[in-house]
Design a protein around this ligand. Structure first.
Ligand SMILES: [Zn+2]
Ligand SMILES: [Zn+2]
Length: 147
């Protein structure tokens, strides 16, 4: 289950109020379960970093966000082995690892978020992101609360 912060407000790029769909840049600890059929992503912790009104606003901020996180952009798929964005070593996707992602959510009238689309911007191996307390960020990720 993706934990969602209720305080979605302004687009981090153009400062319009974000309604639906909501676009995010986020990071999460996950592992990919390969059983029959499609790979299934098991999410342990999900943190949104920034939110946007559109994919265009997100794209405009992506380089700056990832530079702040100190993680190079190296788009990844769903394994079983992907390349670490930092050291270019292998990432065993079936084991818990840190991933950076772009997401798109639809928000219904009741405020329920439904994940519509996800793209992996980078995945990190356990040498580069050893445990769940390490986000890869130099500054702690804080959840913005405007109120
Ligand atoms: Zn915007
Ligand atoms: Zn690495």
């Amino acid at each position: 289950m993706v934990e969602f912060n209720e305080n979605h407000g302004e687009c981090f790029h153009c400062h319009q109020v974000v309604k639906t769909p909501v676009f995010e840049t986020a990071c999460e600890w996950n592992r990919v379960v390969y059983s029959d059929g499609l790979p299934c992503v098991d999410v342990e912790q999900h943190h949104w970093i920034e939110q946007y009104c559109s994919a265009r606003c997100r794209a405009a901020r992506l380089t700056a966000v990832m530079a702040r996180e100190n993680v190079p952009i190296l788009r990844a798929g769903l394994g079983p082995v992907e390349t670490c964005a930092k050291c270019r070593g292998p990432v065993d996707m079936s084991r818990l690892h840190l991933a950076y992602l772009e997401t798109k959510y639809n928000v219904d009238e009741g405020g329920q978020f439904t994940l519509e689309d996800v793209d992996y911007i980078a995945v990190l191996c356990r040498q580069c992101a050893p445990d769940e307390r390490t986000t890869g960020a130099e500054v702690p990720i804080e959840v913005k609360n405007e109120s």
